[in-house]
Design a protein around this ligand. Sequence first.
Ligand code: HAX
Length: 430
Amino acid sequence: MLHKVLSEKIPQWQDEIRKVIQDRGDAKVGDVTVSQLYGGMRGIKGLTCETSAVSADKGLIIRGNPLLDITHISPEEVFYLLLTGDLPDDGQLSNLQDQLKTHQNVPDYVWKILEAMPENSHPMTMLTVAIQSMQVDSFFASKYDEGIPKTDYWKWTLEDGIRLVAKVTGIAAWIYRHRFNKGDRIEPDNNLDWSGNFAHMLGIEGDDFKKLMRLYLMLHCDHEGGNVSAFSGLTVASALSSPFLSVAAGLNGLAGPLHGLANQECLKFVLEVRDHFDGAPSQEELKQFCWDRLDNGRVIPGYGHAVLRCPDPRYTAFIEFGKKHIKDDDVFSIVSSLFDVVPPVLQEQGKAKNPWPNVDAASGSLLYYYGLTEFNYYTVLFSISRSMGMIAQMVINRAMGIPITRPKSVTTEWIRSEERRVGKECRSRW
Ligand code: HAX
């Protein structure tokens, strides 16, 4: 069904893009300064992304829908939305859910590989190793070897992508249970939806935790194309590596503390606060604690963002959930107080361009409340969700025939010589 919908939409999208290139192909989208070259390419418009956009003052917009308008939808619905631009009707949704159930079984070799890894491996390392090991079953890779036409690339990317999304929850749940001695693997329950089944396989009971997983796996799904994980994943995919290799590459980027690992760092920080003060501190005490951390040259995790200049709506959605479901919890109350304390501190320090909380500031406190206390597991949850966005972006890029990524780099010597050349030209003109 998804195939059919995309097969109808893709030619229209291709026509639109052809027309944009034809009409506006020479239009400039911006200038690039020398500081941007040394500054992580911040702000350079260098690629397109159809699945979502991040507005500095509004945050994530998924296929035209501001995030806070669609927090009620399920992860499967958001996956469908990312891929097609529309929300599924009941039939389309249950068809996608059926496909995810059909492909949820994890090959035995994955368990063997994971079991052979050192006991103290980081859960993110285990996850990406497991995902890339499934390259051996990639339809895209084998069809490419057979010599399929370019126009079919997206179809096999989607086939692999659905399998990857279907299996990633079982793999992630096993990593949790094995790595943290929670007991044997729990078999999937086909009466549950994708996120409910994941909660079940983790072995954490309760409807509220299932609701949290539904929200969590929906909120982290995508954040346009230029963030480290999406960009790395897409760059690898642009070389026509399979979705398994490409998503694993993106998730290795998500495992960095300035990106997705910030959610584990953030809860670590909140627990440090709680342990230091033996409970929730006063705002004055919290302020001093933050200053001490900054004075030691450390960042306040969960605050700041490369693009956003407002409180992250994903943070807002988690805080709303916490207010509704969690009462009188020290950890959640520290997270709420940090919202009052950190932005003015960061503003006074004057370095961070965005003093507001990002997605990672609140999520950990909710997971902790429901008993998921192993915070070095948190980025795995982020990864499950982000796999959907990466797959959707890869399917679309392949359907649109976006070529291999290859920006040009320059040396400092080139910049200096260019300055001299332009300087001379300017002087001769004057
Ligand atoms: N605490 C202290 N200092 C901060 C800060 C924070 N939360 N956020 C930014 N700064 C500092 C930067 O370290 C930088 O300092 P230097 O000039 O000394 O290098 C300065 O402010 C300017 O940085 P910026 O331009 O505002 O921010 P960047 O675009 O360079 O980086 C980051 C964005 C998210 C990496 C940054 O804000 C940060 O390190 N935040 C804390 C870690 C974090 O929460 N990461 C998760 C981000 C969301 C995400 O991707 N999740 O996956």
